[in-house]
Write a protein that binds this ligand. Structure first.
Ligand code: ARG
Length: 282
């Protein structure tokens, strides 16, 4: 296993939780009866944004829209691979209007290949990009038909994975890509059906697997630049195993956003340019 890790500079799109609240429940973490401290959510989110910048990454900001409280979970708005943008189509009516805000942003920022999807997909909530594959969750949000749509659009093999635990309703709550120049991931096996678990075992035999406690702390909702892995501080059990593999875990506190059922990765859309362009900037 490679122990000398290398970070590559990333470009992220994030959206401030200025209008974040929990007024509806579309996943088991959301309880509209529980108060949300919006200023605290903003402060925690700003720490994450500033952390990325201090690590040398570029963070773009999407303007939050009043009445769309889940927009802070910017990862759900699109999937960008090789500079090609597959927009989102949300499963729940409460989030449907977020998709247009994302599409508008991409069109206004010079992305030439932007596709408005035919089938339901919630962006990087259910799509994860490794060196060889696009991993694609289904079962709660993304339509299985979106997998074929993504494969055609990106020209990369899409591997469908069945999610079975409602607390892990999006792939990015159960699996994180640790090194996207290779095929290195970490995941929580019980979130997947037996067949999909077997697929993961075959594709990623050396993967780091998380325990129930770290998974419940949203430890798999992590963002890696190839070296630094940003994840919830509370997922304490993952820090040692990540270090053993040569990564540098960086813990953050996004407790307010957990009330919406999201954490680090959910707040972070990655704008993946064609690889040759990325290398030019190194
Ligand atoms: N409340 C949001 C929803 O249920 C949270 C989305 C979290 N985002 C993510 N990428 N998992 O849709």
């Amino acid at each position: 296993m490679a122990l000398s890790r290398r970070a590559t500079p990333r470009r992220y799109l994030m959206c401030s939780p200025r209008h974040f609240e929990v007024t509806y429940s579309i996943n088991p973490w959301m309880d509209p009866g529980k108060p949300v401290d919006t200023p605290l959510a903003v402060a925690q989110w700003e720490q994450l944004r500033d952390l990325y910048r201090s690590l040398g990454h570029t963070v773009e900001e999407l303007a939050p829209v009043p009445g769309l409280p889940d927009m802070v979970f910017a990862a759900n708005g699109a999937t960008v691979v090789d500079g090609r943008v597959l927009g989102a189509r949300f499963a729940h009516r409460e989030r449907v209007d977020e998709a247009a805000a994302h599409l508008d942003w991409y069109r206004a920022h010079g992305f030439a290949h932007v596709r408005e999807p035919v089938h339901v997909n919630e962006g990087e909530g259910d799509f994860a990009v490794t060196a060889s594959y696009v991993l694609a969750g289904r079962g709660f949000r993304a339509s299985p038909l979106s997998h074929g749509e993504a494969q055609e659009f990106f020209g990369r093999p899409v591997i469908g994975l069945e999610l079975v635990d409602p607390r892990h309703y999006h792939l990015d709550t159960a699996l994180a890509v640790l090194d996207d120049s290779a095929d290195e991931v970490m995941y929580y096996p019980p979130a997947f059906s037996p067949g999909s678990r077997e697929v993961l075992r075959r594709l990623f035999p050396d993967a780091l697997t998380a325990g129930a406690e770290d998974a419940a702390a949203f430890g798999l909702n992590a963002v890696s630049d190839g070296l630094r892995v940003v994840l919830p501080q509370a997922a304490a059990g993952l820090f040692g195993p990540l270090r053993e593999r040569g990564f540098e875990p960086v813990g953050v506190d996004l407790s307010e956003l957990l009330k919406g059922g999201g954490s680090v990765k959910c707040c972070t859309q990655e704008l993946r340019e064609p690889r040759d362009l990325r290398e030019l900037r190194l």
